[in-house]
Design a protein around this ligand. Structure first.
Ligand SMILES: [Zn+2]
Ligand SMILES: [Zn+2]
Length: 375
């Protein structure tokens, strides 16, 4: 007899490996070396048999103990008729069909969850700041009331599929080198449901669901921003064959505001003030997202200076914190001055020692205007 490879070595596991580790190693190797997958490799078949044999011994506590104590010879003596059973494909089914073959004879539940739906809503910045109730209208699939979702006409019932005898699966036998292999596939007639509808419901044409337009009132919480999703569990499409409903996602879009600019939780705006106020300081009224507020302008404020109003920005959805309102002050230079105002400004400049040389050069249009006025 040829020297056999050590079983632990074959599976690449330690002698102390647990049953789980042995099983995992075997699954990985069997998938890798299965002859159906490795048709190019000539020794795939012998390698696969070797892996299988090692697994059959190491996964069986009794055989493993004999092997641990007495090695290959111990097994040969204990099981003179052979200890490797290629007829037991339990684990092969596990590997290639993802389940226990004994369990797969039971009908797979064909219930299916309904689809998630999306609905978009547009809000003003004020609505986003305060939160708002919104009525929305959208289409979804609902359980057919006529047949109660069975898809069968009143008085009739879904019948057991005669192709798979209600199991939802059909078996196909294949011959392979290690014996008869049974392949289980989804029944093509009933698509795995195990039942067929003889006379379908008129209302839903056997689908069990119908289109419906629904109106819902939703609460949009304060602080939402563009692209946020509000989840309404179970408000999506109804499930199939008793499956749960999907969810509805309301996606928010906040319109651009003509006065405020939003940056995360903070709001920004610009406010114009006259230069005497900027110089002397004083109280002004500024617009906030929830009304007018007073703002103290310090004497000597420069154009472009920013004042922050704490907590006057946007709220955080679900939180208590609010951002700030940042007011950029623009100091306005007066344009239309009366003769008297001009005189006052000249005096003001003089008192500061500012020399003002007024431009004598007039534009073409000013000269034309003067000419006309002089007429
Ligand atoms: Zn129906
Ligand atoms: Zn069937």
């Amino acid at each position: 007899m040829v020297d056999k490879r050590d079983y632990y070595e074959t599976l690449g596991v330690a002698r102390s490996a647990t049953q789980d580790e042995v099983k995992r190693a075997y699954r990985r190797l069997a998938r890798e070396h299965h002859p159906d997958v490795n048709q190019q490799s000539p020794d795939a078949e012998s390698r696969f048999k070797e892996i299988n044999e090692a697994y059959q011994v190491l996964s069986d506590p009794e055989k493993r103990e004999i092997y641990d104590r007495y090695g290959h010879r111990g097994l040969d003596q204990t099981y003179p008729g052979g200890f490797v059973d290629f007829g037991d494909f339990t684990d092969l089914f596990d590997i290639f069909f993802g389940g226990d073959p004994r369990a797969s004879t039971r009908r797979r539940s064909s219930a299916e969850r309904g689809n998630d739906l999306r609905h978009d809503v547009e809000l003003t910045l004020e609505e986003a700041a305060q939160g708002v109730e919104r009525r929305i209208r959208f289409d979804r699939m609902e359980v057919c009331q006529t047949c109660g979702g069975t898809g069968a006409q009143a008085g009739s019932h879904p019948e057991a599929c005669n192709l798979c005898h209600g199991t939802g699966q059909v078996r196909q036998q294949q011959q392979s080198f290690f014996g008869t292999q049974i392949r289980i596939t989804t029944c093509p007639r009933c698509h795995g449901e195990g039942r067929v509808i003889g006379s379908p419901c008129d209302q839903c044409r056997g689908q069990g669901r119908v289109h419906k337009t629904v109106t819902k009132t939703i609460d949009v919480p304060a602080g939402v921003d563009t692209g946020m999703r509000i989840r309404l569990p179970g408000e999506g499409d109804a499930g199939l064959r008793g499956g749960p409903s999907g969810d509805l996602y309301v996606v928010t879009h906040v319109r651009k505001h003509e006065f405020f600019e939003r940056r995360g939780r903070d709001l920004w705006c610009q406010q114009t003030i006259g230069f005497p106020l900027a110089a002397l300081g004083g109280t002004i009224e500024v617009r906030t997202i929830d009304g007018a507020e007073e703002l103290q302008v310090a004497p000597g404020t420069q154009s472009g200076e920013t004042y922050s109003l704490r907590g006057k920005g946007m709220p955080e959805p679900g939180g208590r914190a609010r951002g700030d309102l940042n007011v950029i002050l623009r100091v306005e230079t007066p344009t239309k001055l009366t003769v008297e105002q001009k005189e006052l400004l000249r005096k003001f400049a003089e008192s500061r020692g500012d020399e003002i040389k007024e431009s004598q050069k007039k534009s073409f249009f000013e000269r034309v205007k003067d000419a006309f006025e002089g007429l």
